[in-house]
Each structure stands twice: as C-alpha cells, then as structure tokens.
Design a protein around this ligand. Structure first.
Ligand SMILES: Cc1ncc(C[n+]2csc(CCOP(=O)(O)OP(=O)(O)O)c2C)c(N)n1
Ligand SMILES: [Mg+2]
Length: 361
C-alpha cells in the first residue's frame, strides 16, 4: 500500500518519474493505457497553452482577472484521469487542466474569468462543482458530496482540491474530520505550490509536510511529487479503491510549484527568489511527461509542436467567442450576490451609479 510504503511522517515522497522524466522503479509504474496517457498529456498541454493565453488577454485588458495554473498541471489533471465519469470534482480556482479533462469546455472557463458567472455552471452530467474561491470551502463541500454518495450507496467518490495555505483554514480540518469519522469516499488533494499569495510554505505551517496533517485524523496520507503525473495517477487510483471499498478518505499532498503569479493582480518578483523559479522550471511537469512519452514512442517533437499551435489557435478562437458576449453590467455584482440586496449593498450600488454618472458612463 503506497500510504504505508511512503510514510509522510518519515518524510518519504512518492515519485515514479525522476525530474528528467526517467522511471525511478518499474514496479511503481501504474497501468495506464496509451490512449489515456496521451489524453492526459494533451489536456495538460491545452491547459498550459490556454493558461499562457489567458494571462496575455488579461494584460491586454480583455479579461477581468485570472489565476494561473502554470507548473501545476500534473498535480490537478492526473488525479482526474484516475477517476470514473460518475465521480465528483470539487475544484478551488487553480485546476483548469483537470476541469478540461473532466469535460468542461474551455469556452465556459474563459467566460468565468471574463467575469460572467454563467461560466461557472457546468452540465450536471460532468459532476464538476462550481469554482469556489473561499479557501478550503472545497473540503466541507467535498465531504458533504462524499457522505451523500455513501448514504445513497452509490459507488462513487469526490475529489476536493485545496492549496497549501488552505490547510491552515478551519474548513480543511472540519471537512477532513467529518469525512474520516463517517468513512466517506473523499479524496483531498493539497496542491502545495509553496505559496499562499506571498506567504511561503515555511511560514504557513510548522508541520514537516502537509500530508502529515491527515495522520491526526486517522486518514491514510501520502506526500507525492506533484509534478509527476504517473505518481499522482497511481496515488489517486489507490485512494479511489480504498474509498469505494468503504475504507474512507485519503489525503494527498502534491508537492509542486506555482511558476506564475498568484493572480493577475500579483507581482511575485517582489517576494520570490529567481533561483527558486529556475530550479522549478527544470522540474516542469510538461517537459518531464513529454520526455516519457517520446521515450515510449507515443509522441514526437513534431507532433508536439503541431499540438501547441493547434491549441493556440483554439484558445484565440474560443476567447474571441467569449468576448462577443460582452461584459455583464457591473450592477449585477450588487444585485445577485444575495437573493435580496441588503442595506450595505444598496448603498454601494447607489455610490457606483453616482460615480458612473459623474464619469459619463
Ligand atoms: C476564506 C478566504 N480567506 C481569504 C481569501 C483570500 N485569498 C485568496 S487566495 C489566498 C491564498 C491561498 O493560498 P493557497 O491555499 O496556497 O492556494 P493557491 O492560491 O496557492 O493556489 C487567499 C488568502 C479567500 N479567498 N478565502
Ligand atoms: Mg499555495
């Protein structure tokens, strides 16, 4: 059992591919058919290209705001590849490649970051909960969904995502404890990108690693190289089996790195050492996975270049479609945050209207 073999209290980290994309131990390689391997890679690559493009659109003043995923594609896409269609995804806000893998359209995802909540409403069949910005809310939501599945006797699991910073939040602990005591089929993935905005991981928590936080709740826990798609896939497959067999939740810490800014409002050059960035750029999950697939003769450099161009064109075409919908009126932000506008919101709306009038808008 991986959670026993790689004990987070002994600081062991589970890895299948080394930093260059070579297999560390053949026995650890999970069984994944070629079609799935290629789908995983292509979705991670689409995520990377669509992400780079989104940053550009925002800088051009065409997109409201955006939270980049660069560097974290394996940490959140490989877990989704290890699920069944009927399983639930409970995203935070930095899981675009995973959402694409689960079947969300890029158009919807761009629409959301364009500022339209319609982009956060997915077909029910996809079983993707809305993007949820309140930190660690995903763990309570996920625990609830998982408990419901158990209550109904449905053989399905929920996978909830949280950041390293989110593990300091109450809801992380409440949700994990609830799932443990009810033995609900929940898999929690901590995308430890080593920053909570500008707060580094070492300042965030004195725990030796974040996976160890599950031990206190009696939850099998594992620290995984989050830039290794094969290791992430294997860890989630095992966790899924445990959950389906009625043995409750698993906590997986995916050790990764946020190569970009926190959001488009952030400037990491102020607080981040360039040396760290260079170190992690060499451990890029896409480069590693590409090397593995080329060695396996499932992909060539030429095919990869073609895919990149295809995804650039697709992203541009998709975003142009989104722009045609036009920005939602700012008034909607005040009107639809709650069912009824309360006093403060009414006041804020009237200030907004006065300002808009004085600016001749
Ligand atoms: C409950 C709550 N408090 C504060 C915030 C503001 N906030 C947005 S992102 C963030 C940091 C999150 O860091 P982490 O959990 O590591 O996730 P990451 O952004 O690195 O993916 C904070 C504090 C929030 N969204 N929700
Ligand atoms: Mg973080």
């Amino acid at each position: 059992m991986l959670t026993k073999k790689f004990d987070p209290l002994k600081k062991k980290i589970f890895q299948v591919l080394d930093h260059e994309g070579n297999i560390t131990d053949e026995k650890l390689v999970p069984k994944i058919d070629d079609e799935t391997l290629l789908k995983m890679y292509k979705t991670m690559l689409l995520g990377r290209v669509a992400d780079t493009k989104a940053l550009q659109y925002q800088r051009q003043g065409r997109m409201l705001t955006y939270a980049p995923i660069k560097g974290q594609e394996a940490a959140h896409c490989a877990p989704i590849a290890a699920l069944e269609k009927k399983d639930w995804m409970v995203p935070a806000f930095r899981e675009m490649a995973g959402m694409l893998y689960k079947g969300a359209d890029l158009e919807k995802l761009y629409l959301y970051w364009y500022g339209n909540e319609e982009g956060n409403h997915f077909d029910e069949d996809l079983r993707i909960l809305p993007i949820s910005v309140p930190i660690a809310s995903q763990i309570n939501h996920g625990a609830g969904v998982a408990y419901a599945a158990k209550y109904k006797g449905d053989k399905e699991v929920a996978v909830a995502f949280v950041g390293d910073g989110g593990t300091s939040h109450g809801e992380f602990h409440e949700g994990l404890n609830f799932a443990a005591t009810t033995q609900s089929p929940l898999i929690v993935i901590i995308q430890n990108n080593q920053w909570a905005i500008s707060t580094p991981r070492e300042v965030q928590s004195k725990a030796q690693n974040l996976a160890s936080k599950g031990i206190g709740y009696g939850v099998p826990s594992i620290l995984v190289d989050g830039n290794d798609p094969l290791a992430m896939f294997a860890a989630v497959k095992e966790a899924r089996k445990r959950a389906i067999d009625g043995n409750g939740p698993t906590l997986i810490e995916a050790l990764t790195y946020r190569l970009g800014p926190h959001t488009t409002s952030d400037d990491p050059t102020i607080y981040r050492d360039d040396k760290d960035l260079k170190y992690w750029e060499k451990r890029d999950p896409i480069i590693r996975f590409k090397k593995y697939l080329i060695d396996k003769e499932l992909l060539t450099e030429e095919e990869d270049e073609k895919l990149q161009q295809e995804y650039k064109d697709f992203s541009n075409k998709t975003f142009k479609k989104v722009e045609k919908t036009g920005l939602v009126p700012l008034e909607d932000v005040f009107k639809y945050t709650y069912k009824e506008m309360h006093k403060d919101l009414k006041e804020q709306l009237s200030v907004h209207k006065q300002l808009a009038e004085s600016e001749g808008k």
